[in-house]
Design a protein around this ligand. Sequence first.
Ligand SMILES: C[S@@+](CC[C@H](N)C(=O)[O-])C[C@H]1O[C@@H](n2cnc3c(N)ncnc32)[C@H](O)[C@@H]1O
Length: 236
Amino acid sequence: MSDDFTFGAPEPHGPLRTFHPRRATLGPARREALERLWPTLGFSVHGTGDGPLDRRALFGRDAPLVLEIGSGMGEAVAAMAAADPGRDYLAVEAHLPGIANLLLLVEAAGLTNVRVAHGDALELLRHRVPEGSLDAIHVFFPDPWPKKRHHKRRIVQPDHVALMRSRLAVGGVLHVATDWAPYAEVVLEVLAADPGLENPHGGPAPRPAHRPVTSFERRGLDLGHEITDVVVRRVA
Ligand SMILES: C[S@@+](CC[C@H](N)C(=O)[O-])C[C@H]1O[C@@H](n2cnc3c(N)ncnc32)[C@H](O)[C@@H]1O
């Protein structure tokens, strides 16, 4: 694991980011958590040794690997990893305070199967994650980018989905959840159009019991938004 973590602005990104640029303000507890836990649990997408991830070095074993893209404050990945100790979980998030919060959750629960990457998930997938290597990819409540001129920033679009699919093992699962109904339609369409993915539900999936409610989802529910889960499988 790299120890090249630096506080401050995210790594350099291309002009079409799928996340909102935000200044990272870290309170003392999160700053302290980063300083203490980052060296063993975290790495930068742009870190040293830019080659494929060494999973054995990262987790100390070769268990099936789940990637959570845009883990936010980390509630979902921490809870799912705790309930699923036989698999390893890698969370990738561009927003530093969320990473610090996840590190605190991991420490509090004594989890050994979670690691965190700071930076752009798309770059991680392109440059660090080998083809066919993931058991599942979770994309929970991705930024909906509701304005039409921003749609090109959505993470669920055909070329990104083709990239995600290529990193899944055959039989691996891509699970997207959203509280934004127009985005849910797009997610269903884009995943259905990918020839290497199959939707066993033929439409939205019943809410999987193993996906915990995050604070982001709670906000959506409070606003009366309907939650849609889409769960597809790589078949080719
Ligand atoms: C709306 S929030 C949802 C967070 C969390 N999944 C939840 O359910 O509470 C979306 C998150 O995805 C992150 N994000 C968006 N695009 C990303 C990317 N390309 N790489 C890493 N993180 C990304 C954002 O920083 C943000 O924290």
